[in-house]
Design a protein around this ligand. Structure first.
Ligand SMILES: [Mn+2]
Length: 196
């Protein structure tokens, strides 16, 4: 069964198309109109191995908020659809990724229970044209729509670009691990409840 999904979502604020393949090679085509966000999503695709086609036409004349939040929603929905019944997956994933002086960490559980713990202090207000407050918004909308418990943090670092990028790369590697099929549990659901 291919683990793929394609979702289009249009509102008065954004027009978004997302297509993903969980078993890809990190091939991506991303255009959200926000350069720094494209840079982060490209890293997310590349280091997770999840192929991602993402386009967003949003109301950037307001600011980047609606675009970033809504891309998180649609990408999360696509992830939830593609992961399907969760049979045989490793379920848990975690990664600590350094980027020069900054460390990004991500621990996640593809549990069907949505939760976000976010812990990062940014030094400035913006990364390019992206408000640094929006990283938490993205991680929340993605985690809640994907149905994952996500703890993501930057315990230390100085440069905001490095902090954000280290967290996105940590999320990527944690997703890669958690979505992989574990040969020991092939066809099974890794839960004592028998359901996720
Ligand atoms: Mn960079």
């Amino acid at each position: 069964m291919p683990r793929t999904a394609e979702i289009a979502r249009q509102t008065k604020e954004t027009d978004i198309k997302v297509k993903i393949d969980l078993d890809g090679k990190g091939i991506n085509n991303i255009d959200t109109g926000i350069g720094f966000f494209d840079h982060m999503l490209t890293a997310l695709s590349k280091h997770s191995g999840i192929d991602m086609d993402i386009t967003c036409k949003g109301d950037l004349k307001v600011d980047a908020h609606h675009s970033v939040e809504d891309v998180g929603i649609v990408l999360g929905q696509a992830f939830n659809q593609a992961i399907g019944d969760k049979k045989g997956i490793r379920r848990y994933g975690s990664a600590s990724i350094p980027m020069d002086e900054a460390l990004g960490t991500a621990s996640l559980d593809i549990s069907g229970r949505a939760y976000l713990v976010f812990n990062c202090d940014f030094a400035g207000d913006m990364c390019g044209e992206m408000d640094t407050q929006l990283f938490e918004e993205f991680f929340r909308s993605f985690a809640f729509n994907a149905g994952i418990t996500l703890h993501i943090a930057c315990p230390y670092g100085a440069n905001d670009h490095h902090k954000a990028e280290a967290m996105f790369k940590a999320l990527a590697r944690a997703l890669r691990e958690a979505t992989e099929i574990d040969p020991r549990f092939e066809g099974e659901i890794v839960s004592t409840k028998g359901a996720l």
